[in-house]
Design a binder for this molecule. Structure first.
Ligand code: SAM
Length: 280
């Protein structure tokens, strides 16, 4: 089942959180000269038109990136992320939202490598055409979870693995844990960043218990909620699970989350979390 299209959700509060964390990890990896691999298991289309029918229909970006992009008090933790958003929106209008592959493309260096996988028959060709001229990048129409076996460890022995499945199928909550286990077996020093939605809190609690049970250490949870947990339909919060986070990430997120909460959730109904699920 591949009915999920990220174009309906691009630039929402969950993307702002995900791409903030992604860009901070990339910037930290760049502090060492040695190149690294960026593996994006569920890459999406790459670029999203915010004035397009899909984004306009839900208007989710209006409560996400649109709330922050032209503010004059943007914290420095958002500098890399905003530099990419600005790159794609050079005039005054917010027209395009860069997805995770384009954020990586802009921030990575000449010797770094990108490996992107996407399965959707409409989104895959869009992604491929974005990267036609980028010889650092391999784009494949392939299953993202398989890449955790096939592509790891990278020859450079340094890497960020971003896992961002749509959670259309309940099995995704187990598959992400299995995928991380497979990847970690081969590449225990990599940084793994897993996005999750809070739709039913129980599913996330179980996923975290399953992750803890793997024995993997250094697991950091970062979350931004817009409404209290609920058993009604819809996402009330989203988060990132980061394994082997760069040492600065915890502090950076503690610095920036209060600002994001204030700007993205002016109603005051939200929350933030930075928590070690499993410490060192
Ligand atoms: N990471 C993207 C970003 O931040 O811009 C958004 C990705 S979107 C949330 C999830 C994507 O995963 C969808 O485009 C969907 O088609 C794709 N997908 C679903 N199952 C997949 C699988 N098993 N392997 C690779 N891609 C998959």
């Amino acid at each position: 089942m591949l009915s999920y299209r990220h174009s309906f959700h691009a630039g929402n509060h969950a993307d702002v959180l995900k791409h903030t964390v992604q860009s901070l990890i990339i910037e930290s990896l760049k502090e060492k000269e040695k190149p690294f691999l960026y593996l994006d298991t569920h890459a999406g289309a790459g670029r999203y038109q915010l004035s397009g029918e899909h984004a306009e229909r839900t208007g989710e970006y209006l409560e996400g990136i649109a709330r922050i992009w032209q503010r004059d008090d943007i914290p420095e933790e958002l500098a890399a992320y905003m530099s990419v958003v600005n790159h794609f929106n050079r005039n005054e209008n917010l027209r395009y939202y860069p997805g995770s592959p384009l954020i990586a493309r802009q921030l990575l260096r000449e010797d770094d490598k990108l490996h992107l996988t996407e399965l959707h028959p409409s989104d895959f060709p869009l992604l491929r055409s974005e990267f036609q001229k980028d010889d650092r990048t391999r784009v494949a129409r392939a299953d993202g979870y398989q890449q955790l076996k096939a592509q790891l460890p990278p020859p450079s022995r340094r890497g960020l693995i971003l896992m961002d499945p749509p959670y259309e199928m309940k099995t995704d909550y187990q598959d992400v844990v299995k995928g991380i286990q497979e990847g970690y077996k081969r590449f225990a020093t990599g940084t793994y960043a897993l996005w999750y939605p809070v739709v039913m809190r129980q599913q996330i609690k179980k996923m975290l218990r399953d992750l803890e049970a793997t024995g993997i250490r250094r697991i950091l949870q970062i979350e931004l909620g817009v409404r209290p947990d609920s058993d009604q339909r819809g996402m009330t919060a989203s988060g990132m699970i980061v394994i082997n986070p760069p040492w600065k990430l915890e502090q950076q997120m503690n610095n920036v989350l209060p600002w994001l909460l204030k700007v993205l959730v002016p109603s005051g109904t939200g929350h933030t979390t930075v928590n070690w699920v499993v410490p060192e």
